[in-house]
Design a protein around this ligand. Structure first.
Ligand SMILES: [Fe+2]
Ligand SMILES: [Fe+2]
Length: 200
């Protein structure tokens, strides 16, 4: 997936990459950044905050032993335990952003977004809404739908689409995100039917 990133954002992504090599997180992060870029074209968020927050939001997973992460990760993770990956991600984010001499005021906002990206049900700002929504939108993307069943309860495709249809109505802060989710889901269902169509 090609992402139109600035040089600084690319550097941050490169530094984040070693921390994204578990649970298909590199793919998930690319999808989340892709949807942030799409949302930034429609709503007035701050790219300096949104893009680094999306790049770094799940960097903490790689530090958590697999046995533990299986128990705590979304969609069925224990709500309290999910905070562990947010706190580690926030710490890694701060270190990476300081390493690239990112503006301190930006770092504070990015860290506050990351530290509640899954557990905090209310959004702090428009920037936060964009990151939270893009994180969820990644579940609707073409490549991500293939790995989703391995993540959660092993549900088959039909259940996945039902889950996503429920998500369209309930997961998003921004109406623009809902719109994107609806379009993506429609594509996924059509692709699924095309793959499973009987040969004439
Ligand atoms: Fe997360
Ligand atoms: Fe995520």
């Amino acid at each position: 997936m090609f992402l139109q990133l600035t040089e600084k954002e690319r550097t941050i992504f490169e530094l984040a990459c070693p921390h994204l090599q578990v649970m298909s997180n590199e793919l998930h992060t690319k999808e989340a950044v892709h949807f942030c870029l799409q949302l930034l074209q429609a709503v007035d968020g701050d790219r300096h905050i949104v893009i680094p927050a999306a790049i770094l939001h799940d960097t903490g997973w790689a530090k958590i032993p697999e046995k533990v992460s299986k128990k705590i990760r979304v969609p069925d993770g224990e709500p309290e335990a999910i905070k562990v990956h947010e706190e580690i991600s926030a710490l890694i984010a701060e270190l990476i952003l300081r390493d690239v001499n990112y503006k301190s005021a930006y770092i504070d906002e990015i860290v506050s977004i990351i530290i509640g990206h899954d557990s905090r049900k209310k959004a702090l700002s428009l920037n936060d809404k964009i990151v939270k929504d893009a994180d969820k939108l990644s579940r609707f993307s073409k490549d991500f739908s293939k790995i989703w069943p391995k993540w959660g309860d092993g549900s088959v495709a039909e259940n996945l689409y039902a889950e996503l249809a429920n998500g369209v109505e309930n997961w998003f802060f921004l109406s623009e995100s809902k719109k994107i989710a609806r379009i993506e889901l429609d594509h996924r269902i059509k692709e699924h039917h095309a793959q499973n169509a009987p040969i004439a």
